[in-house]
Ligand binder design. Structure first.
Ligand code: 2BA
Length: 113
């Protein structure tokens, strides 16, 4: 048994979840926030058998599209404090747009009671 954590752009989460559900996967969605840009994203938790992991990754890849790069001005927060450390706030950085970040972990025990 594996647990997949997939951090996906919020705009893709409905399509990804829908496709996963149709393919027979159970999904838990968490509303999360990226630590660097402080923008909302969605973290999906998907518990499944090892042999079904690749299918999950294929679906996410298809629905989240190509990872791309963009230049972004890292904002200051409303209280004027830098969002991501003085070295980034107010300056342009190249960040990734689209795609997803996926972690696959071993599950020691799985029970529904
Ligand atoms: P954020 O932390 O808001 O990061 C958004 C994008 O900013 C990242 O895209 C990356 O291109 C850039 N970035 C992040 N940290 C950076 C840094 N210290 N210096 C320069 N650029 C930086 P992605 O890599 O596609 O990540 C998208 C979101 O996935 C992240 O949002 C975070 O919520 C999550 N994530 C990515 N890698 C992670 C990891 N190793 N552990 C936990 N969460 C991760």
């Amino acid at each position: 048994m594996k647990m997949i954590y997939a951090i996906v752009p919020s705009e893709d989460d409905l399509n990804v979840t829908d496709r996963l559900n149709r393919a027979g996967y159970s999904v838990t969605k968490l509303a999360t926030t990226g630590g660097f840009l402080r923008k909302g994203n969605t973290t999906l938790l998907i518990g499944t058998e090892e042999e079904r992991v690749q299918k999950v990754i294929d679906i996410i890849k298809k629905e989240c599209g190509q990872r791309d790069h963009e230049m972004l001005n890292v904002p200051y927060s409303s209280n004027g404090m830098p969002y991501s450390g003085a070295e980034f706030a107010g300056s342009y950085v190249t960040v990734d747009k689209g795609g997803a970040t996926i972690f696959v972990l071993d599950v020691e025990r799985y029970e529904k009671i």
